[in-house]
Design a protein. Structure first.
Length: 177
């Protein structure tokens, strides 16, 4: 995927999020319902959550390389410019965390911690299946970590920050300088 494909994806995510929020508004939901509030404390927690995921990803990357002989397929994204990388690193985390964490948790929380976290992690992994087996394992692991964090604090902002940092890190590595 190149710049035009990523820009189209970002536009679709914004449109889909607007539709989802409009439907949620009818049900009395908003981004605040899901804990989407800026705070410096939440930003710091997001940086720490990114660091925790980065370390966990290194361990899981080793395991998937050894067990599945697979690595995350970053070749599906190439030739991105820095402005497009920044754009998608801002839009995608808001979209994905609102849907994969906020909405799913709000809808399933009455069924308990493990079903809710598992469903969220499984959905996240499914949506990233194009990344290969290592990507699925990495995204499922991310879903478990983020899900447990979200279950405890019910704050979406730290997840958005951690996700944005993870995307920036991953996409900047694919950029040809």
């Amino acid at each position: 995927m190149q710049n035009d494909g990523i820009i189209f994806l970002a536009a679709m995510e914004v449109l889909t999020l607007m539709i989802a929020l409009a439907i949620g508004r009818v049900r009395g939901w908003s981004l605040a319902t899901f804990g989407f509030r800026f705070s410096w404390k939440g930003t710091a927690a997001g940086v720490l959550l990114f660091a925790a995921f980065f370390l966990l990803q290194q361990v899981m990357g080793f395991v998937t390389r050894e067990v599945f002989h697979s690595t995350v397929d970053y070749h599906r994204i190439n030739h991105l410019t820095l402005p497009v990388i920044v754009l998608i690193s801002l839009i995608n985390p808001i979209f994905e965390e609102t849907i994969e964490s906020g909405y799913i948790f709000h809808a399933l929380q009455k069924h308990g911690l493990w079903l809710t976290v598992g469903a969220s992690a499984g959905f996240r992994a499914f949506l990233h299946a194009t990344m290969g087996m290592s990507g699925v394992v990495a995204m499922f692991t991310q879903g478990l970590l983020y899900g447990l964090f979200y279950w405890r604090w019910r704050q979406l902002w730290p997840l958005v920050i951690a996700h944005a940092l993870q995307m920036l890190y991953s996409l900047l590595r694919t950029m040809t300088w």
